[in-house]
Design a protein around this ligand. Structure first.
Ligand SMILES: O=P(O)(O)OC[C@H]1O[C@H](OP(=O)(O)OP(=O)(O)O)[C@H](O)[C@@H]1O
Ligand SMILES: Nc1nc2[nH]cnc2c(=O)[nH]1
Length: 183
């Protein structure tokens, strides 16, 4: 049972581990085809994207580089503050690079629209976004997403890198947190 230790904290299971991995394989084939003959720098956004990054990188049958940024707009709450702070910047020079931002979720879109513009301003040849989840009903700004795993309802989700107050990131699938946990 993949959710055994958190079962009482979940309102429902949304996406299973198998479904996540099948989707990652699909995305990896598209990315391989789109970036044929080009360099590829995967930029993971800490901390939530750690699981997607690790699994996507291994699903790709090609050379890649990885770098990491840490930004924060949520603190320990469940609603975006809208203010994005860089907690850790990239080590790489982006000049002329093909950058693929790897994310776990696009919710309001505030983090990713800010981050994409920020990386584009550093002279990259291209900056695209790959996100495992997106909430179309929660978007406050348009974000141009090239690769999206699943569109999900506007509910607070946990698992596969996504936390509530730093818990649940190691859940293998994705679920909706029961309101009694945070109310
Ligand atoms: O579209 P938005 O409303 O801006 O939300 C998306 C952001 O929220 C999550 O990160 P969070 O700030 O929770 O930090 P974490 O990755 O360290 O958990 C997620 O990883 C995105 O970066
Ligand atoms: N854990 C979690 N983090 C988020 N950050 C933005 N949206 C979400 C969400 O639904 N769940």
């Amino acid at each position: 049972m993949e959710f055994e230790h958190v079962e009482g904290d979940l309102a429902k299971t949304l996406i299973t581990e198998d479904e996540l991995h099948a989707k990652l394989d699909e995305l990896a084939r598209q990315i391989e085809s789109d970036y044929q003959g080009k360099d590829l720098l995967l930029v993971g956004v800490l901390r939530g994207a750690v699981m997607v990054m690790a699994d996507l990188a291994r699903a790709l049958n090609r050379h890649i580089e990885m770098d990491w940024m840490a930004v924060s707009s949520y603190g320990s709450g469940t609603v975006s503050s809208g203010v994005v702070r860089i907690l850790k910047d990239l080590d790489s020079d982006l000049t002329g690079r093909n950058v693929l931002i790897v994310e776990d979720i696009i919710d309001s879109g505030l983090t990713l629209s800010w981050l994409k513009a920020n990386l584009e301003s550093r002279g990259a040849a291209s900056v695209e976004i790959c996100t495992m989840l997106r909430k179309p009903d929660a978007l406050k700004v348009e974000v141009d997403v090239k690769y999206c795993g699943f569109d999900i309802p506007n509910e607070f989700v946990i698992g596969y890198g996504l936390d509530y107050a730093e818990q649940y990131r190691n859940m293998r699938g994705i679920g909706v947190l029961a309101p009694h946990v945070y109310q």
